[in-house]
Design a protein around this ligand. Sequence first.
Ligand code: SAM
Length: 244
Amino acid sequence: SDHALTYPKSPADMGWASLYPAYAVKNGEEGKAENESHDQTEEEQRRAKAIMKNVEIADIGCGFGGLLFALAPKFPDTLMLGMEIRISVTEYVVDKIRALRTQHASTSAYQNISCLRANTMKFLPNFFSKHQLSKIFLCFPDPHFKQRKHKARIVSYTLNSEYAFVLRPGGIVYTITDVQDLHEWMVEHFERHPSFERVGEEEQEADECVRVMKSETEEGKKVERNGGTKFVALYRRVEDPPWP
Ligand code: SAM
């Protein structure tokens, strides 16, 4: 349950440097003796956790990380984060990233992806600041078929407001599912939300990320094997209207 979940008080409190060590900010403290570290000011402690660029892509409910592993070489300079609620699944992804980084130690491959355990329904704005992200992926979210379980779905009017907060204008939410009812639910909730407009079919099909989420996610592969249908919808974060 949630009390076992750790999450930062704010995005600046997050230990990003340990997730993306190749991007850690060097704080000029290297020459100092170890025993001086307890004298670090709050500002210095923050710098020690900081990275040179912010995470821009979030994979919400990333599962076993197929999307991240496929996107890593396609956006080599973009930091991406998988967020997953199941402990053992998160550990699997973290271990695999560690192994890939070691395997590719002579290059900087896979330094741009990371994964952490989080309940994204509750703490998203603790991880990302306003307009930080350019892409959010919601790939094959749990369908929660029963009416009384619909509140557990990761798309709702309230959650869409959180996605709108962390996404920059022009940024895109990618959704895919094999459950038609859930697809219609997601479309309905994004259509209703003033911060989003649907991306047209032509642009959608030309988007490399759409191909990746159809074919490289674990769920996408499973649906392929079973001959199921994949429903895709992309929503662009629009500019906020000017204050009256
Ligand atoms: N996105 C992956 C894919 O396409 O292969 C996994 C899809 S799987 C059906 C849904 C995933 O979302 C599961 O791994 C589940 O543990 C995770 N999940 C469900 N609710 C979550 C939440 N509130 N926060 C983070 N992850 C969640």
